[in-house]
Design a protein around this ligand. Structure first.
Ligand SMILES: CC(C)(COP(=O)(O)OP(=O)(O)OC[C@H]1O[C@@H](n2cnc3c(N)ncnc32)[C@H](O)[C@@H]1OP(=O)(O)O)[C@@H](O)C(=O)NCCC(=O)NCCS
Length: 124
């Protein structure tokens, strides 16, 4: 883990997000060296706080910090996580490919991980 944020409202924890070093497989998927990347992970918003922009704000903060460090954010999301996929695509993240994971989803499928890269002004 490189960095982490927790969204709070008073004493209530609303959500969290982590920046971490990406694995080589994700770097290969996006076609950039892993040293130039940072991985968004552990994004979760508590059920009672959803659709209020908490995830979007956590994501914006993480992207700002990553870019200030000269790093390009990337992430993996399971194909069934439609809320998260909508969130990333609405924010301009670019889909770069999919691969099967080594775990089974709660509904009995082999997990399919979609890889995304954050939008960048410099087109790298
Ligand atoms: C995905 C998740 C983090 C979104 O958190 P959130 O704070 O509700 O998201 P936001 O309010 O910032 O939503 C921003 C946009 O994302 C999309 N979105 C978020 N939740 C959505 C849903 N349930 N269905 C469809 N689109 C959704 C919408 O485009 C939304 O904009 P809008 O509300 O103006 O339509 C939350 O649903 C969650 O914790 N899910 C379980 C864990 C998970 O899937 N984490 C991601 C792992 S990669």
């Amino acid at each position: 883990m490189l960095d982490a944020w927790v969204a709070v409202d008073g004493s209530a924890v609303l959500g969290h997000l982590v920046l971490a070093r990406p694995g080589e497989a994700l770097a290969l998927a996006v076609g950039l060296p892993s040293q130039r990347l940072v991985s968004v992970a552990r994004l979760f918003v508590s059920a009672g706080a959803r659709r209020r922009g908490v995830a979007a704000r956590l994501l914006d903060k993480a992207i700002d910090v990553a870019e200030a460090d000269g790093l390009r954010p990337v992430l993996e999301v399971e194909a069934g996580a439609t809320a998260a996929i909508n969130l990333y695509e609405r924010a301009g993240w670019r889909y770069v490919g999919s691969s099967a994971a080594d775990w089974i989803t709660a509904d009995g499928r082999v997990a399919q991980m979609h890889s995304y890269i954050a939008p960048s002004g410099d087109q790298t």
